[in-house]
Design a protein around this ligand. Sequence first.
Ligand code: PLP
Length: 383
Amino acid sequence: MRTIPFGKPIFGDEERRAVAEVLEGTTLVHGPRVKQFEADFAAFTGAPHALSVASCTAGLHLALFDLGIGPGDEVIVPAQTHVATAHSVEFTGAASVFADAEPRTGNIDLEQVEAAVTGNTRAIAVVHYLGLPVDMDGINAIARKHDLFVLEDCALAIGTYYKGTHAGLCGDAGCYSFYPVKHMTTAEGGMVITKHDDVAARLDKKRAFGVDRVVGTRKMPGIYDVTMLGYNYRMNELEGALGCAQLARVPGFLEARNRNYAALEKGLAEIDEIDLFWSGDADYVSSRYCLSMILADALADRRADLVNALKAEGVGTSVYYPKPVPHMTYYAEKYGHGPESFPVAARISYQGIALPVGPHLDEQDMDYIVNAVKKALHEVKHG
Ligand SMILES: Cc1ncc(COP(=O)(O)O)c(C=O)c1O
């Protein structure tokens, strides 16, 4: 039997050496590794500006905080996303207004976005669900019409391209996550990219207390002024060093993800009891975060049995995401969303099983997963 974990960070001598070098010195923040990681990330994505932050959530919050929104304002958020996308709105005091997903991709439904716009709407947040890009021309058209900021949650989108542009550069700002199961990791960490000089200049200050001069640019050590409110959302040098080493591996990681995804998709395509999402084309290039299969309605209440059967075969799975965000208790109670609301996101959340395609696996693992899925379905259906 094989053991196939859902996600597994891949480290080698480069990562170990990079972190050890930081520990040989005394510069743990405000150092060259974080700067280098930002430059490398900007080069990889083609971003004019890349600003490292403590996490994707910190980056999302920072971008919305910078808009100056608060109570009385509204931000449109996908129902089908990680809670971080909505939490970052809530931190500002603005209200999260949810839009359901479209069934073909799991991405935010543009008609619902348009319908959700009111005179109080200030921004649209989108997530490139499982790495498949959102129709950003459509989102930008709505945003232009109503003068809205567009925030891209790119937590799963390193290697996602919409019409040739890397995710995060189609809207006004994009935020990345380097949490361990993501495309690359710095343990915890994130990055904000933007094409706007003014946004970058403000976020640079607001991620570090709003001080006017960071360490290294001060005329006299310890002397600075504070010109605006800011958080401590910085990335540290250990994370920056890891980031440089990991980013160098990303092209190889993406190749492996593509290969694995294609093999898994082909193997699962003929199975009647599951639906697969559209996998993209030249204009919609997915980063292939994972492959989520959606169980047919007749098997909806057998998901736990299937997950257990796969586990018994050594196949690790996950769920993206466990509930539509508006069904999470905090949001359901605050905004009064019932269990029947957001039915498309609900079907994806409650009937989905996410299978791994990461670079820790190869095509033989994918064949193994396909057979394990077939076997598990057979067992569940025929006892
Ligand atoms: C879509 C999405 N946004 C944001 C986050 C949060 O990222 P972080 O842990 O870096 O704050 C996640 C984490 O899984 C995510 O999936």
